[in-house]
Design a binder for this molecule. Sequence first.
Ligand SMILES: [Zn+2]
Length: 296
Amino acid sequence: MGKKIKMVIAGAVMSSMIATNVYAFTDDTLHRSSISFIEKIVSFITSSSNKDENVSHDFSMYNDIYYYDSNNLSRYKSFSAKNPNVSPEDIIWLVNANLDRNFYDKAEKIENTEDEIILVNKYNYLPNDYVPKNLVDIENGKQATEATAKAFEEMKENAAIEGLSINVVSAYRSIDYQKNLYKQYIKRDGKELADTYSARAGYSEHHTGRALDIAAEDMDMNNFGNTQEYKWVAENCWKYGFIIRYTEENKNITGYQSEPWHITYVGTDISGVMHNQNISSLEEYFVKYVDYSVNN
Ligand SMILES: [Zn+2]
């Protein structure tokens, strides 16, 4: 009897917490499709314990932050008004990463596809005719860029020394392959759900040849998060230039559910910075180290 009451109270507290922490992505009216996804999301950003919803931040005070962009001032203000518990420092990089917009809204075509690092997400897509230049065989009949394959081999060897087996399930995927895959998922689950786990054609990291879906010996990537192999990869992959791209922590940034099996090769310089600076998403890295730099 007492237990039931406690549970009800806990539920009420929980839902009020979620309500204050819900992180509204959109600039305009929320689409129904995005609401249900967002409702599942509790903001990763530490919210202040005080209710300061009526305080509007004076963003001009933050113009000494090197990634502050005066062109985005009105967007900072409006996004901040919708997310009163998010710090101005976070509002600034989130808006710079376009997270105040609906996914796929005003998405931009990626021009520099041969850059050391490419940001492919729901705001940045690859050209239709793009095929990575240096694809090589990786394993299990899959292909990846040469640097990705080399780094993976090294990581695999070192995991094997620990008695762990990591294997490639999926790697490079052409735009046509992705188009069909996404279509099948829509058929099965509907567009709303499919968008939370599958990329639209052109928007897939697998198109870069730098992303790998991996699994332990059972080759079941859906089970990967429960394995010793995953634990090892989560701890060590940065040493080989990989990041786990879609995590529980950053799902409101990437717009994808957590995918423990999906790793992306970014090179050790970048994975090292992300590891040392505790940066959980490539989106945040891009704002702070690619789009804006301390010296500008
Ligand atoms: Zn993947």
